[in-house]
Design a protein around this ligand. Structure first.
Ligand code: XMP
Length: 325
């Protein structure tokens, strides 16, 4: 097991994508041998790159699954399955919505929510799939920034396991292989391009493993996910053409007095964030035009039931972080 301090970054200027791909494909082949591996594809850049590396190495001895945890964006499960089908990779979609909502019920503390998602994902759902398939390996897209932020104690990234001393074989019944752990996002994108992924996949804004749960302050319920999901769709539509690194909508817990149809409406608040960054380590809010911001606010209050207030975050990272929890 590699210690967290021993993982060396490959800087963008030193990255040779073709060589990197060859090395990782060989490494995956020799580690898995004649066995079977599993990988979880979320449709983000990191897990998409790992899926392609794994398929090059193992062909149909890699079983790729999309876990529908109920906290993904609108249409995401269908989009991911369709996109990879076009790339010749079969993706199995597994419905685990009820299990995830069950685990998140009543939780409001950010770290407790993250831990519940981690346990549900790795132990319950993946533990079960791995047992059924007899796979001994899980391929996943942990990247260098995930490692760094976990070391720094900023956030316990959901995918950091073995480096924290968690023996995944003993706890979950499988080993974890992390082919892109030495790369930051910009490097992962370069490798994605070299692997022949379509640009709208390797150039996609990052999306966190714990999905919309990182954008809900307070309890994560199906109703609150539906609210933040609708706001997310609007923000995606309106900001897709900006060159920003990432954008998101956050559902707050506090309510504020609003006014609808001449009546008091003690409603919900959505915070919009849009970031300029190259590596997510530091970031600053994008200088969006007032018209764009007004259009987003108008659409959210009219299209998302129960929302009466929309704000735009002006704080840099640090001290802010990109996600809300
Ligand atoms: P933060 O919020 O830590 O995010 O500034 C840094 C980048 O990592 C993405 N990301 C995650 N963020 N938990 C997170 O909080 C995760 O498990 C995770 N996975 C990825 C995040 O979207 C941002 O780009």
């Amino acid at each position: 097991m590699q210690k967290i301090s021993e993982i060396r970054e490959i800087k963008l200027k030193d990255l040779r994508p073709e060589e990197f791909i060859d090395r990782q494909v060989k490494e995956i082949s020799s580690t898995v041998g004649k066995g079977v591996a599993i990988n979880a594809l979320s449709g983000g850049v990191d897990s998409s790159v790992v899926t392609m590396l794994g398929h090059r190495a193992l062909g149909n001895r890699l079983r790729t699954v999309f876990i529908d945890n109920g906290i993904m964006r609108q249409g995401e499960p269908e989009r991911v399955v369709r996109l990879f089908d076009q790339l010749g990779v079969r993706v199995e979609s597994i419905d685990a919505k009820d299990e995830f909502f069950g685990a998140l019920k009543g939780l409001t503390d950010p770290e407790e929510k993250r831990e519940a998602i981690t346990q549900m994902f790795y132990k319950t759902v993946f533990g079960r799939i791995v047992k059924e398939s007899k796979a001994k390996y899980l391929l996943q897209g942990t990247n260098f920034t995930d490692v760094e932020e976990t070391v720094a104690g900023i956030k316990r990234q959901h995918n950091i396991l073995e480096q924290l001393g968690i023996d995944t074989m003993r706890e979950f019944g499988y080993r974890v292989i992390e082919p892109i752990i030495q790369l930051r996002k910009s490097g992962v994108r370069k490798v994605g391009e070299a692997l022949g992924l379509p640009a709208d996949l390797y150039d996609r804004p990052p999306f966190p493993g714990p999905a919309l749960a990182t954008r809900i302050i307070g309890e994560v319920t199906p109703e609150r996910v539906a609210t933040v999901r609708k706001a997310t769709t609007i923000v995606d539509e309106e900001l897709m053409d900006t060159k920003a690194f990432q954008w998101l909508a956050i559902l707050h817990e506090d309510r504020v007095t609003g006014l609808r149809g001449n009546k008091r409406d003690f409603g919900q608040q959505i915070e919009v964030r849009c970031w300029d960054s190259t590596d997510a380590v530091t970031a600053r809010p994008t200088k969006l035009g007032h018209e764009t911001l007004t259009r987003i606010a108008d659409r959210i209050v009219s299209e998302v039931p129960g929302v009466v207030s929309v704000t735009y975050n002006l704080t840099k990272k640090p001290p802010s972080t990109i996600e809300a929890i």
